[in-house]
Design a protein. Structure first.
Length: 581
């Protein structure tokens, strides 16, 4: 006869958290609402969420441990590298009969046990603790130097490279034409470990992309961190097929198709991070390359105050997005942070009184109270067709991921003229050039002047590490390269900053990125210039002289002088115009 699983309420009573009478009250409430018992108990204020988590852990057969009273041996602690332990928020406490027991802050997060099992190759069992005790134990126990995630990854790859059974044999002799064998190869323990560790390191470093790149005689994996690529490891080239196959299995791609590009999207939970990954493969001369774009939903806190706006630009943007109708465009090349800026603007105006609908390709972040639509061009769901349907949904504010053609531009203009605020993006190099781009798309000048409220051009530059940056005086050659105005050159106190490098910034000299912004407000004179089909330099000259608009290069110079970024970053990401003073 099967043993009946203990009910959640009975466990909470045994733990002394609630009384039988309180359980009866909660049961009556549950019958009325249909909610889970745990939610009912918390909403009634009868217990805390942590009480529910611990009770559910006990229900699943996990023991409860008092971490502060445990003395864990060093050889047990060394079973899990410090970076991995901190990332997954776990502490190994003992080993019994080949089973490693780990204390967990979240015993319901069972995928952690699967990940650690794959990394260590042994059976893992969870024990119940809490966030405060696990954090204190990690701080107290992991004080010695040990392997990081990166060290562990390198050690595994070195071991595989020296193994007698090469992946060349597995990959080339019997697998090329056999999908079943490709799947088998992707499930090799060492292959799974390497891919998992690469994902761990990418999330730990807040990387935006992972690149698997194959060349004629070598294979490498690089991360894009703060906009710059850095190589983390170079597995043996004969592992390329195995690692790429593993990624394709993870995102349900056609593992046997290696002649055509493929795209997919997966959602993973890595440590405490919920991440969306967009995966794209590209067949090349020497094999398939893979790029994985990482979107960490738990790490993103988008706010206009954190984007790097100067005070006047921020005030200008806030005025524009507070308007009841019109078009606000954010422009810049791919990877310049346009979508992040739009999300931040939407967050600023996302209240219960307005209805916001977005149409995106892809939907990069899921935001509360936004109705978000994923474009699917293969079935005819384009920006233009979606925008027509959105207008029948009674929105107040619309975000169009990108204006790519005349049809989309005309519908966006129509929406703005019928009382909607429309936010969108274009690929142009500066704010004034956006006007030229719309005219090149055959948008009538009078429609532009009737609908366009402002254009914000932007770039992302790396920010200097404040712990190790070095102050210096620029020489004449550097001033010429930057195109510094005479007023700057004549200032004897002019100082810029060099990146140096320290342990805090991983010896790169930079930590994080910030934005450079160029805001063009469409006023009466700009409208006249648009109707006259004036050139972009004429619009820029007027905006700088009358509106006080700063170009991206000028914004960058100010941030150089403030010690926020470096001259190298400004030269790499901004242009100097002939009409600059």
């Amino acid at each position: 006869m099967a043993v009946r699983e203990k009910r959640l309420g009975d466990i909470l009573i045994e733990q002394g958290v609630i009384s039988p009478l309180e359980i009866d009250e909660a049961s009556q409430r549950q019958r009325l609402t249909g909610e889970m018992m745990g939610r009912v108990l918390v909403s009634m204020g009868l217990c805390e969420e942590q009480d529910i988590v611990e009770a559910l852990g006990i229900q699943m057969g996990m023991e409860r441990v008092d971490l502060p009273k445990l003395k864990v041996r060093d050889e047990i602690l060394r079973r899990i590298p410090p970076d991995v332990a901190r990332f997954y928020n776990i502490v190994p406490i003992r080993e019994q009969n080949g089973v490693l027991v780990v204390a967990m802050a979240d015993p319901l997060n069972l995928h952690v046990l699967d990940d650690i099992h794959q990394l260590l190759g042994c059976e893992i069992k969870g024990a119940i603790s809490n966030h405060a005790d696990v954090a204190a134990s990690l701080k107290a126990n992991y004080t010695y130097e040990s392997q990081s995630i990166h060290d562990t990854l390198k050690a595994i790859i070195e071991k595989v490279g020296n193994a007698e059974l090469s992946f060349e044999e597995l990959g080339q002799q019997k697998i090329i034409g056999d999908t079943d064998n490709l799947v088998e190869l992707s499930q090799e323990p060492e292959v799974i470990k390497i891919v998992n560790l690469v994902l761990l390191e990418s999330v730990q470093k807040h990387a935006s992309d992972i690149h698997f790149e194959i060349y004629e005689d070598h294979f490498r994996i690089r991360l894009r961190v703060d906009g710059a690529l850095e190589e983390i490891v170079s597995p043996p080239k004969n592992m390329a097929l195995a690692l790429v196959s593993r990624v394709k299995v993870m995102c349900n791609m056609d593992i046997g198709e290696r002649r055509l590009p493929q795209d997919a999207r997966i959602e993973l939970k890595v440590g405490d991070s919920e991440i969306d990954i967009r995966v794209a493969t590209l067949p090349t001369l020497f094999g398939e390359c893979v790029v994985m774009r990482i979107l960490d939903r738990t790490a993103v806190k988008i706010d206009v105050k954190t984007l790097g706006f100067s005070p006047d630009v921020r005030i200008g943007v806030e005025r524009v997005i507070a308007k009841p109708n019109g078009i606000f465009l954010v422009t810049g090349p791919t990877g310049s942070g346009k979508t992040t800026t739009l999300y931040a603007c939407l967050n600023e105006i996302n209240t219960a009184e307005v209805k916001i609908i977005t149409t995106e390709d892809p939907v990069e972040l899921q935001i509360e109270r936004l109705i978000q639509v994923q474009i699917k061009e293969e079935i005819g769901l384009t920006f233009a067709s979606c925008l027509r349907s959105i207008l029948r949904q009674d929105p107040d504010i619309i975000m169009v991921g990108e204006i790519r053609d005349l049809e989309t531009a005309e519908i966006a203009i129509e929406a703005s003229l019928t009382g909607h605020l429309v936010l969108s993006t274009l690929h142009t190099n500066s704010a004034p050039e956006t006007i030229m781009r719309l005219l090149d798309m055959d948008v009538e000048p009078f429609l532009i002047t009737a609908s366009l409220e402002a254009v914000l051009a932007q770039r992302l530059v790396r920010t200097l590490c404040r712990h190790c940056r070095e102050k210096y005086t620029p020489d004449q050659e550097e001033m010429d390269r930057l195109g510094l105005p005479e007023t700057w050159r004549a200032n004897p106190k002019l100082r810029f900053y060099h990146p140096k490098g320290c342990p805090g910034c991983d010896f790169k000299g930079y930590m994080g990125r910030t934005g450079l912004f160029e805001l063009l407000v469409v006023d009466e004179k700009i409208c006249e210039l648009i109707l006259d089909r004036a050139m972009s330099y004429e619009i820029r000259k007027y905006a700088r002289k009358v509106q006080g608009m700063r170009t991206l290069r000028e914004e960058g110079l100010i941030k150089c002088a403030q010690g926020i970024t470096s001259v190298e970053e400004i030269i790499a990401h901004t242009d100097k115009y002939d009409d600059d003073d």
